[in-house]
Design a protein around this ligand. Structure first.
Ligand SMILES: Cc1cc2nc3c(=O)[nH]c(=O)nc-3n(C[C@H](O)[C@H](O)[C@H](O)COP(=O)(O)OP(=O)(O)OC[C@H]3O[C@@H](n4cnc5c(N)ncnc54)[C@H](O)[C@@H]3O)c2cc1C
Ligand SMILES: NC(=O)c1ccc[n+]([C@@H]2O[C@H](COP(=O)([O-])OP(=O)(O)OC[C@H]3O[C@@H](n4cnc5c(N)ncnc54)[C@H](O)[C@@H]3O)[C@@H](O)[C@H]2O)c1
Length: 471
């Protein structure tokens, strides 16, 4: 369809992932006439190809591990194995179920938001968008919520690799798999395939796994990978090439310690970054730049063109659902009300479902020591926690970091069973401005993993005090 005179809206939102959905609903709530332009399925990466399917795979992986241990509890089960098509079907069924409770399409309709799904949107100029169908839409403000996509390394044979969004499309469970990239995505896929019984090799140019996490947390996850039989190769110089052999196997070549190394695998997963989905967005027609694969935005989420906002994964800052939603709402308020709303980015709990789980919020220990050398740090091992011993989950610890007066909790990092739930509870305390002695006096139900918070808060109070502190 072509339309010479575009329909005009107060706010046009490109993308119906967590950022776009939050932005559109908030803008409509504030009385704006809103349109959402979505190229694919509503829900975005998170529901369709990211968090939700990954979490179902993580649950499947846990079932595999638990089944292997069932005998220790006198529960007799046959040796577990993966029926890959059934696993994929289960993931898809759960994704559909989550989609059915999210009801984005219905919520847009109830809020009076127009949803147009006629292909990809592209800027024709700074106020006009054109869709693949030819339809044109103009808007007073445009909120770009296009998310991102996997990055394929520019190396020979890269088309042989599978990207994380396409893992469910693997024809069968690979017996040998290489994961390139040990960020949040790669680490979780390592656990999934390792638990499923695949032989896993993990490669990264970074000096350690999980570079964004607290260093000690990453050490525990990395050591667990090695103990589980994963071949962890961090600090490599470069990945060179992939080549398909006559038997269908893929030869992966890389350079480490100045020498070429290679391995034959059945699948290679590239989890090497997440650039914004801007290639065909026509940003040059609107005067908006792309810097390091993301759309730069100021603290109010405005791009260089003040009525064009960029939020969620598109601005390349905090690529998390909780950030995308908050940024979307803030940008909608700034667009509709001309307000100046920012995001309190320091309180973004996040983590991953590896074995063991890991999570964190606030400053890492290195960041905290850098900013405040007199900060206090205390860690409590899960081995000191009754519940972890009861469950045979003694690996891990919770680390709390506070200012020298122990008035503010600056960061919390956990690795071990239920790490994310533990960190979420600490986040709640941080958001409420709870000081360490108040946290140390909270009663925790017995026997729980969150009890480690009380132990860690008491350990923080017991840390030797700086003599200048009571001045
Ligand atoms: C494997 C994986 C696991 C993850 N797990 C977690 C997790 O456990 N917790 C967490 O917090 N985060 C997780 N994330 C990150 C999370 O998915 C993203 O941070 C979040 O989805 C970002 O939301 P968004 O709205 O910015 O973008 P997206 O969710 O990517 O949505 C963007 C939407 O824009 C649409 N679009 C793009 N270009 C156009 C265009 N030109 N025209 C029209 N529509 C367009 C796309 O079709 C898409 O629907 C994970 C990511 C991956 C890849
Ligand atoms: N559970 C979660 O909260 C969750 C899960 C998945 C993704 N995410 C978010 O999505 C974003 C993308 O995550 P990601 O893990 O896909 O990407 P990432 O950018 O966080 O990690 C990519 C990894 O690939 C490595 N790499 C890059 N180039 C390489 C090369 N040439 N050879 C070898 N290794 C190379 C990097 O060193 C890095 O460790 C992140 O912001 C992440 O936090 C969050």
């Amino acid at each position: 369809m072509t339309d010479a005179s575009p329909t005009h809206y107060d706010v046009a939102v490109i993308g119906a992932g967590p950022a776009g959905t939050a932005a559109a609903l908030r803008a409509a709530e504030l009385g704006a006439k809103v349109v959402v332009l979505e190229a694919g399925r509503v829900g975005g990466t998170c529901v369709n190809t990211g968090c939700v399917p990954t979490r179902v795979l993580a649950k499947t992986a846990r079932l595999m591990r638990e089944s292997r241990l069932a005998g220790d509890y006198g529960v007799e089960v046959a040796r577990p194995s993966i029926d890959w098509p059934a696993t994929v079907a289960r993931v898809n069924e759960r994704v559909d179920r989550v989609r059915s409770i999210k009801r984005e399409t219905e919520r847009f309709a109830e809020a009076g938001v127009d949803l147009i799904q006629e292909g990809r949107a592209r800027f024709a100029d700074e106020s006009t968008l054109v869709l693949d169908s030819g339809r044109r839409v103009s808007a007073t403000s445009i909120i770009v919520c296009v998310g991102g996509h996997s990055r394929r390394l520019p190396i020979p044979g890269n088309e042989l690799a599978t990207v994380p969004e396409d893992v469910l499309g693997l024809p069968s469970l690979p017996r040998r798999v290489a994961v390139i990239g040990a960020g949040n995505t790669g680490a979780q896929l390592v656990t999934v395939f390792s638990s499923f019984g695949s032989q896993v090799t993990l490669l990264d140019v970074a000096p350690r796994v999980l570079m964004a996490s607290d260093e000690q947390i990453a050490e525990v996850v990395s050591a667990a990978f090695t103990e589980q039989g994963v071949d962890v190769r961090t600090g490599i110089e470069m990945v060179q090439s992939l080549e398909r052999g006559p038997d269908g196997a893929i030869t992966l070549r890389w350079i480490a310690d100045g020498a070429e190394q290679s391995r034959e695998v059945d699948a290679v997963i590239m989890a090497t970054g997440w650039p914004a989905d801007v290639d065909d967005l026509g940003l040059e027609n609107a005067g908006v730049d792309v810097v390091r694969s993301a759309i730069p935005a100021d603290q109010y989420f405005r791009t260089a063109v003040p009525h064009i906002f960029a939020v969620g994964d598109a601005n390349g800052r905090d690529m998390l659902v909780q950030a995308a939603q908050f940024e979307g709402e803030a940008a909608a308020e700034n667009a509709v009300l001309g307000a100046n709303r920012r995001t309190p980015h320091h309180l973004l709990p996040a983590g991953g479902f590896t074995d063991p789980d890991y999570a964190g919020v606030g400053l890492t220990e290195a960041q905290a020591r850098d900013r405040d050398p007199s900060c206090v740090v205390a860690s409590v091992a899960y081995a000191a926690l009754d519940r972890a011993v009861i469950d045979d989950r003694e690996t891990g610890f919770l680390k709390l970091i506070a200012d020298r007066r122990r008035e503010l909790i600056l960061g919390a990092h956990a690795v071990g069973e239920n790490a994310i739930e533990v960190i979420q509870s600490v986040t709640t305390a941080m958001a409420a401005g709870v000081d360490v002695s108040t946290l140390a006096n909270v009663r925790f139900a017995y026997p729980t993993y969150s009890a480690v918070i009380g132990l860690a808060a008491r350990a923080l109070l017991a840390e030797s005090r700086d003599p200048t502190e009571l001045e």
